[in-house]
Structure formats: structure tokens, C-alpha cells
Design a protein around this ligand. Structure first.
Ligand code: GDP
Ligand code: MG
Length: 283
């Protein structure tokens, strides 16, 4: 059978390296990305008769262009088109860790969530409803304790299943609302992007439009080089930014972050996380 390409993403300190080692054992090697000092780590494993090629992404909180790590992480996803991205999360800091997950989902990558450090989360009295989280996000969720290897076989099984289900299908980016100021502008930008095929071979149109709102230098530079319509997109962004500043004294990046966290919070609050002390209070 064919090799399954899997990228491993996650916030720094979520246990990504530990998970990578648990999955690949000694079958790994470290190189580097050309011209920069970010390590490129790859490894191999087999699940049944499936050969898995695992690519370790740099640990990041986001997929903006603010750091070299973030640029590398998103470029690997956009260019190498992994069959699956495993996102390793610290279960004890679920809301903050889901910020990266939803950005991967906005890129359209098929993802599997590894809720890691479940031993710590349990010790802190946290109970997480994995099925509910999976259902609300629409992605597979597996609990792991990378340090002991618990849950790693389940994680790999879910990964192989996800690869099989997404094979040959177009990536399906999720679409989050960014509110009454940004959404209409995003729609207009998406039309322009699609009409002119601006970077559409690499990125979903909505994702590119959001990057313009985030003043993402790398994407805007690529956009300018690719098509004059880029100037029109920049003009739309400028007008919305002016409006936000004068009416709400805020700016697009802040609005985007607020809506992303709002989306995450609305999911978590639907009974995904219970603290045992809270449960006891209610009795
Ligand atoms: P990375 O920055 O995401 O690569 O994180 P590391 O793999 O280096 O892990 C950070 C720390 O968390 C290390 O001390 C690990 O031993 C520890 N760690 C990793 N996974 C787990 C886990 O599931 N449970 C607990 N309690 N600790 C873990
Ligand atoms: Mg690490």
C-alpha cells in the first residue's frame, strides 16, 4: 500500500517531541530547512501494512508570518499536502491549544487531534468529553499520554482511518464567521481571489483573504507578485481597518483573534470540559 504522509503540529511544550519519539522510535533523522535554522525532523513507522512518513513541524501557537517557525509550519502543510495533520494539544490548556487547530482546519487540512497530557488533566480534576469535542469540531479526537505511550496506538489507528477517508478528496476548509465588519469584505475578497486564481493552487481563498486582514507580509508579497488584483484586496482591507478604528477603536487582527476564541469558547462551553470540583458543586 501507499505511504501515508503525516505532519505533526502543536504548540510548544504540548508534548510533540515526546509523541514523535513514541511514534517513530529510532526510525528518525534530523536535517534542516534550507537557509534557516529550523530543524527538519522526519521519521517512519508502520501501522498494519501502512507505511507512515511523519514530518515534525516546528512548535507554534499560530500560523501567521510573525515567526520563521510559523512560516515553516504552514508552508509544509500548504506545499507538501500531508494526508493527515496530527495536532498535539496540551489537554490542560485546551482553549489556547485549539487556536492552532482551527487555523489548520481553516487551511482545510484533514486533522486528528491528540489530546495529550491527559494524565495531568485528570490529576487536575478535568473531565473532557472527547466524543462531544470530536462531534462539535468535526474531527477525530484521541486521548494520549505521550510520556508513557498510552493512546499512541489509538492515535495511529485514527490517523490511518482519517487518511483513508480523505484520500482523493479535495481539502475542505472550515469557515468561521469574523463578524459584521469583516464577513462582507471577506466575501468580496474571496470572489476577487477566485476570479483571478490568486494563490489558489496553494491556499483556500478565504484563508488568503484572512491573511490580508492579518497584514501577513509573506502572503501579501506573494499576492503582489502573482496578480494586480492584490492591490484591490489591500484597498478593501484598508477601508475596513479605517472603519474599525473609527467606530470600535480596534483593528482587524484583534477582531480575528476575538472571533477565533469566541468560536472555541462556544464549543468548550457546550459541556466539553467539566471540572470535577464544579460537578461536585452542582450536586
Ligand atoms: P514539545 O515542546 O511539544 O516538543 O514538548 P516535549 O515533548 O518536549 O514535552 C514537554 C514536557 O512534557 C517534557 O518534560 C515531557 O516529558 C512532558 N510530557 C510530554 N507528554 C506528556 C504527557 O502525556 N504527560 C505528562 N505528564 N508529561 C508529558
Ligand atoms: Mg519539541
Amino acid at each position: 500500500s501507499k505511504e501515508i504522509k503525516v505532519a505533526l503540529a502543536g504548540n510548544p511544550n504540548s508534548g510533540k517531541t515526546t509523541a514523535f519519539n513514541a511514534i517513530t522510535g529510532a526510525r528518525q533523522h534530523v536535517g534542516n530547512y534550507p537557509g534557516i535554522t529550523v530543524d527538519k525532523k522526519e521519521g517512519f513507522t508502520t501501522v498494519g501494512d501502512n507505511k507512515i512518513h511523519l514530518i515534525d513541524l516546528p512548535g507554534t501557537y499560530s500560523l501567521t508570518a510573525y515567526t520563521m517557525e510559523e512560516i515553516v509550519a504552514r508552508n509544509v502543510v500548504a506545499d507538501q499536502r500531508p494526508d493527515v495533520v496530527i495536532d498535539v494539544l496540551n489537554a490542560g490548556a485546551l482553549e489556547r491549544n485549539l487556536y492552532l487547530a482551527i487555523q489548520l482546519m481553516e487551511m482545510g487540512a484533514p486533522i486528528v487531534l491528540a489530546l495529550n497530557m491527559m494524565d495531568e488533566a485528570n490529576k487536575q480534576g478535568m473531565k473532557i468529553d472527547l466524543n462531544k469535542l470530536s462531534e462539535l469540531l468535526g474531527v477525530p479526537v484521541v486521548e494520549t499520554v505521550a510520556r508513557t505511550g498510552e493512546g499512541i496506538p489509538n492515535l495511529m489507528e485514527a490517523t490511518v482511518k482519517c487518511a483513508a477517508e480523505s484520500q482523493g478528496k479535495k481539502w475542505e476548509p472550515i469557515s468561521i464567521s469574523y463578524g459584521p465588519d469583516l464577513d462582507p469584505a471577506l466575501d468580496k475578497m474571496i470572489s476577487l481571489i477566485e476570479q483571478n486564481n490568486l494563490l489558489t493552487d496553494r491556499y483556500p481563498a478565504r484563508w488568503t483573504a484572512i491573511k490580508y486582514f492579518e497584514s501577513d507580509d509573506e502572503i501579501m508579497q506573494l499576492g503582489r507578485e502573482a496578480h494586480p488584483v492584490s492591490a484591490e484586496l489591500e484597498e478593501i482591507v484598508k477601508n475596513v481597518a479605517k472603519h474599525l478604528e473609527s467606530t470600535l477603536a480596534t483593528y482587524p487582527e484583534a477582531v480575528i483573534a476575538d472571533y477565533r476564541y469566541g468560536y472555541i469558547t462556544s464549543i468548550i462551553r457546550q459541556g466539553v470540559v467539566t471540572r470535577l470540583d464544579e460537578a461536585a458543586d452542582r450536586v
